[in-house]
Design a protein. Structure first.
Length: 367
């Protein structure tokens, strides 16, 4: 099978969806498929690049990267030339609204894509949908989300994809309300496991925060309770931050320092270092809302490395949605229950989830 993946960015290590697609493409190549990738509007380059990239084990993938600053005409011309060269059976769009327009309103994207000279089938993978779907949201976000939802509806009408994928049950439900059936494609980690690294050996608590931190969490209560727990059990406690945590990291570090908890801020690190840190930690912390954990690449990385996960998130519910994802390795923090959260033991390391996701992806295309 011949497949062309379209993403927004393909700078290794700087775009979660790009890294996800590269790992999936590499596995599909190893399964015998002809796969290439296109960066639709790459913000990390100033001129178009036609070359090769490799995944973590060296599998080579053909890549076309188009800078964000080129005109629509130039972009369409270059992608059409690429499609004519690759002759794909499928073009797969990896969709994140904010990746194609900084306010998450990619007006015109559907029309540009639908005019490509592609004679095969379309598949769309929805990594994100729209803002403002939670209860008690402001009118600004509700209207913003309505606009994003209309653009998604228009995209699906114009592309008429034969297959739609998403990685959360919530998004499946939302797409069904738009009138579209979607396949559930589980997410896998973007951080390959480095073999031979030692698991946590320290006697104390080594908690790791990986990736973006959401606002509105109970970090003050959590830090105070963590300090009390460590004192009562004669343990040390340390919180390590790694990756792009965003502006909220300042509030988290301040809360830890106020309660005498040492912190480390390692910032951006290569996957090998991240894997080592995840294997040496005792617990992972996420601030992603519980209903969206299935779409969190950082949560998948913690899970693949066997880390018990503590969800420190602002309450987040969606009107009319009753289902909840099951997560036996995850506990939701509430004031007073930290001891319960910390008692979750480490799980097994699961390095091969991509081995099952990639064949299933192909299976859904064959129908």
């Amino acid at each position: 099978m011949k497949i062309v993946f379209i993403c927004s960015n393909l700078e290794p290590g700087y775009d979660g969806v790009g890294d996800y697609t590269r790992r999936l493409a590499g596995q599909l190549v190893r399964l015998g498929h002809h796969v290439s990738m296109v960066a639709w509007m790459d913000t990390h380059i100033n001129e178009s690049r036609n070359g090769l990239q490799t995944d973590e084990i060296g599998t080579v993938i053909q890549v076309l990267r188009i800078p964000a600053g080129v005109s629509k005409r130039v972009r369409s011309k270059q992608v059409n030339e690429w499609i004519a060269l690759q002759k794909p059976d499928w073009v797969s769009l990896q969709y994140v609204p904010f990746a194609y327009q900084r306010k998450g309103l990619p007006v015109g994207l559907a029309s540009q894509l639908s005019r490509l000279n592609h004679k095969g089938s379309w598949e769309v993978m929805f990594h994100e949908l729209w803002v403002g779907m939670e209860k008690n949201v402001s009118w600004k976000f509700r209207l913003w989300g309505m606009a994003q939802r209309m653009l998604i509806k228009n995209l699906l009408i114009k592309l008429a994809p034969r297959v739609i994928h998403t990685q959360t049950r919530l998004y499946q439900w939302q797409l069904s309300r738009l009138g579209y059936q979607s396949e559930y494609l589980p997410l896998f980690t973007n951080v390959p496991i480095v073999p031979g690294k030692k698991k946590a050996t320290r006697k104390g608590l080594e908690l790791i925060v990986f990736g973006g931190i959401h606002a509105g969490t109970a970090i003050l209560d959590f830090a105070q309770e963590l300090a009390q727990y460590a004192s009562q059990h004669s343990q040390t406690a340390q919180v390590t931050f790694i990756g792009n945590n965003g502006q909220e990291i300042d509030n988290w570090i301040k809360a830890c320092v106020q309660n005498g908890i040492p912190t480390r801020n390692l910032g951006f690190q290569p996957p090998q270092v991240i894997s080592q840190m995840l294997q040496q930690a005792t617990h992972g912390i996420t601030s992603t809302p519980y209903l969206l954990l299935e779409k969190s690449g950082t949560v998948m990385a913690m899970r693949a490395h066997g880390l018990p996960i503590i969800c420190l998130a602002n309450p987040w519910q969606v009107q009319g949605y009753k289902e909840h994802p099951s997560a036996t390795d995850l506990r939701i923090y509430e004031k007073g229950n930290l001891s319960f959260c910390l008692n979750e033991p480490r799980g097994p390391i699961t390095p091969n989830e991509l081995d099952s996701v990639a064949p299933y992806f192909i299976h859904t295309l064959y129908g």
